[in-house]
Each structure stands twice: as C-alpha cells, then as structure tokens.
Design a protein around this ligand. Structure first.
Ligand SMILES: [Zn+2]
Ligand SMILES: [Zn+2]
Length: 79
C-alpha cells in the first residue's frame, strides 16, 4: 500500500477525524475508488475488517488490486 498523497501539493496526507487531510492545503481529501476494468466508481464494502469493492457496472466484486485509488480535495467548509 502506498502512502496517499495530496493531489494538489503531493505531500503525504495525514489521517485525521476519520478521513485524510492535507496539512499544507488545509483541506480534507476524499478517497475515490474507480474500477480498473470499466472506469466506473466502485462502492467500498467493509466486511470482516477487510475492504473490498463492488462495481455496479461490471456487477461483480473487485479486489483492491482491481481498484484505482485516487484522492480529491474537498471544498473548504466551515464544519
Ligand atoms: Zn495539499
Ligand atoms: Zn467495472
């Protein structure tokens, strides 16, 4: 597993408040999983402590290696 990087500044994201956060950009980063086969967004499923993915387009479960993980920065909010 590679360390998640900020899509803007390429610095390591830190795990904070149940999500990834870029200290440099001061924005939360949202994880996206995309199907390696068809490019559609994957649903992540947490079963027995392991994450697996489901592609509604392929209509099948995908392993981690078949998921393309990307991060995008969330808009700055006043949460
Ligand atoms: Zn950043
Ligand atoms: Zn797919």
């Amino acid at each position: 597993m590679s360390q998640p990087l900020c899509p803007e500044c390429r610095l390591n994201l830190v795990w904070q408040h149940q999500g990834y956060f870029c200290l440099h950009c001061e924005r939360r980063a949202i994880k996206h999983a995309t199907c390696h086969d068809c490019g559609h967004p994957l649903e992540s499923l947490n079963a027995c402590g392991a994450t697996s993915y489901f592609c509604a387009h392929c209509n099948e479960l995908k392993s981690k290696s078949q998921a393309l993980i990307t991060y995008t920065l969330a808009d700055k909010t006043t949460e």
